[in-house]
Design a protein around this ligand. Structure first.
Ligand code: ZN
Length: 401
C-alpha cells in the first residue's frame, strides 16, 4: 500500500471514456487529433478518482437533533434503544416519495463527484419492509441512469441490499419473523433488482452473529456478494464470519477481536475503515488500522455517508482522517481510498488506478504534491474532476443534506 507508482512529466490519453495510454507527456500529446480536448496539468499532481466503498446515501430527513443530543452526552446505543437513530430515518424514508428520494440521492452523488468521488457504493436499509427496500434499490439505479434529472450519468454506483440494518419497530417482539422475511422475500427481490451485494449490521441492538450468518448464507446461495458491518462497537465475531463466508469486505471493525484481525490478514476480505464515523461516534472503539495494514490486510477507507453517524460526503476529508486518526501513512491512505476501495466493491478491474483499460477517472490537484491532500484537512484541492473521460463542470454548492 505504500508503494505508489509515481511518474513525472506524464501524459494520460483517454478515448471512449477509458484510459488508452499512460506515457511521457510528449508521447501522449502526439495522440491528440483535431477533436481531442487537451488539458494542461503542468505543475499539478494527478491521481485516480476516489472510490467511496461504503455509503448510505439514499434516505430522507436529517438527524441534526440527534447530533445535538449526542454532543450533550447521550450514547448512540441509548438513542437507538429509544427509537431514535436508524429507526427515525426509516420512518422518514418510508414516508418520502420516489421523486423526493431520487432527487436527494442525485444531489448527494453530484456533491460527492465534485469532491472527487468517481465511483461509489450505496446501501438500502432505511426501508426495512419489502416495498421500501425495493424502492431504495430502484432509486440508486435511477440515480445512476440520470432519470431523476440532476444525476451524473457517468458515475458507477454499486448497490448493496441492507434489509438487516435494524429491526423495524413492528417486529420488535418478532425477531425471527423479520429475519425470515429478509431471507425468504426481500433477498430474492433484491436479486431481481440486480443488487450487487448483501450486507448485515452485526451489532448489539441490531442483528446477532447467528442471524447475520443466516442472512449472509442465504444471500450467498442466491449469488450476491457479501459485506458485513462487522464489530463496529461491540466484539461480535463478525470479522471472522465475514472471512469464513468469503465476504468481499468487513466494514467498521472498531471492536474487532485479535482473532478477527488474524482472520482478515491474508484473506481476500477487505477491511473497510470509516474514520469519519469514528469521529462522530466517540468512544473506545477504534479499528486497529496499523495492525491490519502491517499484517497485509486489504485495507480500504470510505465515508460511511449517512444522516446519523457520518453526514460526511468528502473522500479528501476521509483521506486526512485515515492518517490523523488511524495512523495510515499518506501513501497507504491514498491506496485505501482508490485501488483498495475499488476492490472492496468489486470494481478493481474498472477504476481506482491510472492504467490503460481503466475508466478515465482522474483528479487534477491544485498542488504539485499529492501529500497535500492528506496534510491539509478540509481544504479543497481538486482543480478538475474527470469521470469516465468526461470533465465534470458544475458549480459546487454544499446545499441541504
Ligand atoms: Zn454503514
Amino acid at each position: 500500500m505504500r508503494q505508489l507508482s509515481i511518474r513525472s512529466d506524464a501524459g494520460v490519453a483517454l478515448a471512449a471514456g477509458r484510459i488508452s495510454r499512460v506515457d511521457a507527456s510528449g508521447v501522449a500529446e502526439k495522440l491528440a487529433t483535431s477533436s481531442t480536448t487537451v488539458i494542461d496539468a503542468q505543475g499539478a499532481a494527478v491521481i485516480p478518482g476516489f472510490v467511496d466503498p461504503h455509503t448510505h446515501a439514499v434516505f430522507a430527513g436529517t438527524r441534526r437533533d440527534e447530533f445535538a443530543r449526542r454532543i450533550e452526552g447521550q450514547d448512540y446505543l441509548e438513542i437507538l434503544a429509544a427509537g431514535g437513530g436508524i429507526l427515525s430515518t426509516v420512518e422518514a424514508t418510508r414516508a418520502a416519495s420516489l421523486a423526493e428520494l431520487g432527487a436527494a440521492f442525485a444531489r448527494r452523488a453530484t456533491r460527492m463527484l465534485m469532491q472527487g468521488t468517481t465511483a461509489l457504493e450505496v446501501k438500502s436499509g432505511y426501508g426495512l419492509n419489502f416495498e421500501s427496500e425495493r424502492k431504495m434499490l430502484a432509486i440508486a439505479e435511477l440515480g445512476v441512469s440520470g432519470q431523476q434529472g440532476h444525476s451524473p450519468s457517468r458515475l458507477p454506483v454499486v448497490r448493496t441490499f441492507l434489509g438487516a440494518h435494524a429491526l423495524p419497530a413492528e417486529y420488535r417482539s418478532r425477531r425471527k419473523a423479520y429475519v425470515e422475511l429478509v431471507c425468504n422475500e426481500m433477498l430474492p427481490a433484491a436479486v431481481k433488482e440486480k443488487a450487487d451485494f448483501c450486507d448485515v449490521f452485526c451489532e448489539d441492538g441490531a442483528f446477532t452473529l447467528d442471524e447475520s450468518r443466516l442472512v449472509l448464507s442465504r444471500a450467498r446461495e442466491l449469488g450476491l456478494g457479501l459485506k458485513v458491518h462487522a464489530d463496529p462497537l461491540t466484539t461480535m465475531g463478525a470479522a471472522e464470519l465475514a472471512v469464513e463466508l468469503g465476504a468481499r469486505s468487513a466494514d467498521h471493525l472498531g471492536a474487532v477481536s485479535a482473532s478477527g484481525v488474524e482472520a482478515l490478514a491474508g484473506s481476500s476480505t477487505a477491511a473497510v475503515l470509516l474514520p469519519a464515523s469514528t469521529v462522530y461516534i466517540s468512544g473506545p472503539s477504534r479499528a486497529p488500522a496499523r495492525d491490519l495494514v502491517d499484517k497485509g490486510t486489504i485495507v480500504a477507507v470510505g465515508t460511511d455517508f449517512n444522516p446519523g453517524s457520518s453526514p460526511v460526503d468528502s473522500m479528501p476529508l476521509v483521506l486526512s482522517l485515515a492518517s490523523l486518526i488511524y495512523g495510515l501513512t499518506v501513501e497507504e491512505a491514498l491506496t485505501a481510498a482508490t485501488a483498495n476501495a475499488a476492490y472492496a466493491i468489486g470494481l478493481e478491474k474498472v477504476t481506482g488506478c491510472i492504467l490503460p483499460g481503466y475508466r478515465g477517472d482522474l483528479l487534477i490537484l491544485d498542488t504539485d504534491d499529492y501529500r497535500d491532500l492528506s496534510y491539509r484537512l478540509g481544504s479543497r484541492l481538486i482543480r478538475t474532476v474527470i469521470s469516465g473521460g468526461e470533465v465534470i463542470d458544475a458549480p459546487l454548492s454544499d446545499g441541504p443534506l
